[in-house]
Design a binder for this molecule. Structure first.
Ligand SMILES: O=C[C@H](O)[C@H](O)[C@H](O)COP(=O)(O)O
Length: 298
């Protein structure tokens, strides 16, 4: 057989990539669920997006292989419409966040991310879900993130271009003006591909503004003296920028998951943590890399 032309090889490689990415996500999801889910859990949070679909598949497989004790119910807390549909399609039982008893704990929540830095700060909201994801993460003992190799970067806004921000429709123009003042070159109101159908609406009927910034510094970068991260020349540290954006009138939530994770929050007596306790990255090689990061003072 004649060897493939360079163009054919390139075309084949391009065709393989999506499958490799899906395989990486699925493998990472099964590893994350194996390490952090048990059939005796009562309340489990489920995020949104394409990766969490594999997380739900892994949970379903785990429950079939290890049925819960007789009479025990596993409830799954969705983070939006898409997430609820994925739970239902798997034959699992959804329970809205406001129906979780006040004295009960969400033992774990699984979710994806658009980009993750070396301190496990995450950008989320690429699929327009972030407000409910953050509510569930903050209400959970731990958030376990599942991602593929493209998402792992030393700093946020390396490959992923913008920070998704959920805003009140009536305030979007004012929020965009404030974001420019913080140094975002061109914040954009996210619209449907068919722009005549208007802005995308979230599960809260809010809008999403995508704000580009220069690559964000981590807290460690600031400690190392890489920069101050206070917005000089448009360069921000993750936590500082997240707080500044959240403070803008009309902002419901920022797609930066930062600060401490659930386990650190418990040690510090805080109400909850936004960051994952671990991120399971599916690699191109087929292997899994698990990243942990702790900044709890010892
Ligand atoms: O808005 C969507 C959520 O934050 C997702 O978790 C995030 O965008 C990652 O999505 P995916 O798993 O499709 O890459």
């Amino acid at each position: 057989m004649a060897p493939d032309s360079a163009a054919a090889v390139a075309a084949k490689a391009a065709a393989i990539v999506p499958e490799a990415i899906e395989a990486a996500k699925r493998k990472a999801a099964f590893a994350a669920v194996k390490a952090h889910f048990t059939s005796t859990m009562s309340f489990v949070g489920i995020g949104s997006g394409s990766t969490i679909v594999y997380g739900v598949e892994a949970i379903k497989a785990h429950l079939e292989a290890n049925p819960p004790p007789p009479g025990h119910l596993n409830w799954f807390i969705p983070t939006g419409w898409n997430s609820k549909k994925v739970i239902e399609a798997a034959g699992l039982m959804p329970l809205t966040l406001d129906s979780v008893p006040a004295n009960a704990e969400i033992e774990v929540c699984f979710d994806g991310a658009d980009e993750v830095d070396e301190e496990l700060n995450c950008i989320k909201g690429g699929g327009a879900c972030l407000f409910q994801e953050k509510l569930v993460a903050l209400r959970s003992k731990k958030f376990v993130c599942i991602a593929d190799y493209r998402k792992a970067q030393r700093r946020l806004l390396t490959q992923w271009p913008t920070i998704p921000i959920e805003v009140a429709p009536i305030a979007q123009a004012a929020v965009i003006k404030e974001l420019r003042a913080l140094g975002s070159a061109n914040p954009v109101l996210r619209e449907h591909t068919l722009s005549k159908t208007g802005p995308i609406q979230t599960d809260q009927s809010f809008y999403i503004v995508d704000a580009p910034f220069k690559t964000l510094l981590t807290a460690k970068d600031v400690a190392r003296g890489v920069g101050k991260g206070q917005g000089e020349d448009g360069v921000w540290e993750v936590n500082t920028l997240a707080r500044r954006i959240k403070d803008i009138n009309g902002v419901l939530e920022v797609g930066l998951f930062h600060g401490v994770n659930g386990e650190e929050a418990a040690k510090l007596g805080l109400q909850g943590g936004q960051k994952p306790v671990a991120v399971y990255f599916g690699l191109e090689s087929g292997e899994i890399e698990v990243q942990h990061y702790s900044q709890t003072p010892k």
